[in-house]
Write a protein that binds this ligand. Structure first.
Ligand code: DUC
Ligand code: ZN
Ligand code: ZN
Length: 479
């Protein structure tokens, strides 16, 4: 099967220009000047499929390096399965995800890894890799870290919050960091001070402050800044590379920027919710159906921040200046009915998470339209850097000969209405959209995963099980 994508503007991180792309089987075979013949060969007559991308961008498929499909969490399970979540991702121009194997305290890391491989096998619409969550860091977890790196799991997420569920104490964190420093893997950190948060939550609930808004107030930016600083210091002590996930507070960004200026291997990820949504949106949210519980739709951790404190502006700026390197979603969807509503009368029982895997490429493209990012930086923060950060670049994250044929044809003159209301839609397994009402000045037209068209003009043409496991290497940012 040979495909020619002609007349488009190919966008890589290093620049963009008119080019035709030929895909042979699953792999990009050539990127040529528009209308080229190859040694006199009439390309168009010798391929099976021609996609006309005139007036459109041809970009490397999106890579969402932070998703939680069917994750058991908060007394329930994230509502997207590997099947539904990866299909939704494909609709939105994401052709690879990196999800998280979960090891809760007391569980065996390698058993959990085998379980997650089973859960995903034969289910995914697009390619997928895994990070490994470590909760308690047992001796066997440390040896498992070496084995997992050989399996292509080269990054390990630790938590400084969620005591009794995920939290590792500082000694456990240091042990895992020492191992990462020795085997070249990446430590990912959920950086919030869990003890402080637990106390504030307890006090708020005791005082009768139980609506979703208090979720944000009891997870203040100081708790994020403090934990980010501590994680950076522990990484410095051990020599481990550190990737701080879902950064929402500008003060946490400043900690990351300072460490980077010092030459430390510290990286930061933010998510669309911290670029667009605020605590005030959550406070003001009300509906006939849910009253002030409507705000539960946006309960996630780290939480939304106040728009009066300048976090959103700072986050866009940090993406431009590379103080923050990339954007993932932390896709962790829950339905309002039967899941989020477990927290009616007590916000601390609301399962934490927002679903965005389908909308990341569009929401970040809107940043290009709004003058927040260049076209190339859009591709960089959504595809190129995730590929480099997590050992996939070359195959993923670039349009060049030898790379996988993971390509999105994006129409800058198209339009996307996000949500679930009349005439709008999404494909995530959720009974609401955290993004309802967002209008995007662009559209994902055609999505190819390893050379096969999986989405065309909003129609899904792939099959579950098309997606293959990505055996990742070490981060390409480390020396
Ligand atoms: N934050 C969330 O909002 N959901 C899943 C886990 C996390 O850290
Ligand atoms: Zn987290
Ligand atoms: Zn997460």
């Amino acid at each position: 099967m040979k495909t020619l994508i002609k007349n488009g503007t190919v966008v890589n991180a290093t620049g963009s220009g008119a080019a035709d792309v030929i895909i042979d089987g699953e792999t990009i075979a050539a990127v040529l000047a528009p209308g080229s013949t190859l040694l006199g060969f009439d390309l168009e007559a010798n391929v099976d499929t021609v996609i006309d991308a005139a007036g459109k961008y041809v970009i490397p498929g999106g890579i969402d390096a932070h998703t939680h499909m069917q994750m058991p969490f908060g007394g329930t399970e994230a509502s997207d399965t590997f099947e539904t979540g990866t299909r939704a991702a494909a609709h939105g121009g994401t052709t690879s995800i990196v999800d998280f194997v979960v090891q809760y305290a007391g569980e065996n890391v390698l058993d959990q890894y085998a379980l997650w491989q089973q859960k995903a096998a034969g289910e995914c619409a697009i390619d997928y890799g895994f990070h490994q969550i470590l909760s308690d860091v047992q001796d066997s977890s440390l040896t498992a870290m070496d084995e997992l790196v050989a399996e292509g799991v080269s990054s390990f997420k630790l938590f400084m919050a969620y005591k009794g569920v995920f939290l590792s104490d500082d000694g456990q964190i240091v042990k895992a960091m020492q191992k990462a420093a020795s085997n070249g893997s990446m430590i990912m950190m959920h950086a919030e001070n869990g003890s402080v948060i637990d106390l504030l939550v307890q006090q708020a609930v005791a005082a009768g402050n139980t609506t979703p808004y208090y979720h944000g107030l009891t997870r203040p930016w100081q708790a994020e800044e403090e934990a980010t600083h501590r994680a950076i210091m522990l990484a410095h002590l051990t020599g481990a590379p550190l990737y701080v996930v879902h950064v929402s507070a500008k003060q946490a960004v400043e900690q990351i920027a300072t460490a980077r200026d010092r030459g430390q291997n510290v990286f930061g990820e933010t998510c669309p919710q911290y670029l667009y949504l605020s605590l005030e949106d959550q406070l003001g949210a009300t509906s006939e159906e849910w009253g002030d519980f409507e705000g539960a739709k946006w309960v996630c951790s780290t939480p939304l921040r106040s728009k009066h404190e300048g976090h959103q502006h700072h986050m866009w700026q940090s993406l431009r200046t590379n103080d923050i390197q990339m954007v993932s979603t932390d896709h962790c969807p829950f339905c309002m009915k039967g899941q989020k509503d477990m927290g009616l009368g007590n916000f601390s029982k609301i399962p934490n998470g927002i679903g965005s895997v389908e909308h990341r490429m569009d929401l970040l493209y809107q940043g290009v339209v709004d003058g927040q990012l260049s076209l190339e930086r859009w591709v960089e923060v959504t595809s190129v850097t995730p590929a480099r950060m997590f050992g996939m670049y070359g195959k993923k994250g670039v349009i060049q000969p030898g790379a996988d044929g993971d390509i999105v044809v994006y129409d800058p003159n198209g339009h996307t209405s996000i949500g679930i209301g009349e005439g709008k839609t999404h494909h995530m397994n959720m009974d609401y959209s955290a993004w309802e009402g967002y209008e995007i000045d662009g559209h994902v037209d055609t999505v190819l995963s390893r050379g096969s068209v999986v989405v065309d003009d909003n129609r899904y043409l792939g099959r579950k099980g098309d997606g293959k496991y990505i055996k990742r290497g070490l981060s390409q940012y480390l020396i």
